[in-house]
Design a protein around this ligand. Structure first.
Ligand code: ZN
Length: 192
């Protein structure tokens, strides 16, 4: 697939749009990194590791947390980026009216039924989040909570397998490394 000027415009516009929408949000790590670092990283993972060249998927990756975590409306996304991008963003957005545990359960349950594009974004999202757990974790998270988070991502990712071999292999390697690192940390701390 080749990219034209229109595609590059969309990427730049999506990046600007998401940066504006997430402007007042920070990641939960102790550096309180700007939130926008995360969706940009997800798009980069899809591009670099997954060799994803579907413009709608890349644009939706940049926008993937705007509906769930900001005041962005579906109409705004549809108007600026079209129905295909909107549908991908909606597919990867949790329903925030539901309790957190229920949302986590639904992610596992619904993952196998997502479109291939939404599955790619899920893979990129979980890869980015595992990087954050090991490199700059939420300040308040215990070791056990981090391990539980890894277990949960494994269950979600089990439902999207068969989508992109490179991303899945990268996820597996990262998961193993993150677990080994956390378990070594637990051993050092003398827990359990
Ligand atoms: Zn995300």
């Amino acid at each position: 697939m080749t990219f034209d000027e229109k595609d590059l415009s969309l990427i730049i516009e999506a990046t600007r749009f998401a940066a504006e929408k997430h402007a007042n949000q920070r990641r939960r790590n102790k550096e309180a990194s700007p939130y926008i670092n995360h969706p940009i990283t997800v798009a980069e993972i899809l591009w670099q590791i997954g060799h994803v060249r579907d413009i709608s998927v890349l644009v939706a990756a940049i926008l993937h947390d705007t509906i769930e975590d900001t005041e962005t409306t579906p109409e705004e996304i549809e108007q600026l980026f079209g129905p295909k991008v909107l549908s991908l963003v909606q597919e990867v957005s949790d329903d925030k009216s539901k309790p957190k545990m229920e949302r986590k359960r639904l992610q596992i349950e619904n993952a196998p039924h997502k479109s291939p594009g939404a599955k790619l974004i899920k893979l990129g999202d979980k890869i980015s989040n595992i990087h954050d757990i090991t490199d700059s974790p939420p300040a308040s998270w215990s070791l056990q909570r981090k391990l539980d988070y890894l277990d949960w991502t494994e269950k979600v990712i089990a439902g999207v397998r068969g989508t992109n071999a490179a991303l899945e292999a990268h996820y597996d390697q990262l998961l193993n490394e993150a677990r080994a690192e956390l378990l070594a940390e637990r051993h050092q701390n003398g827990h359990k």
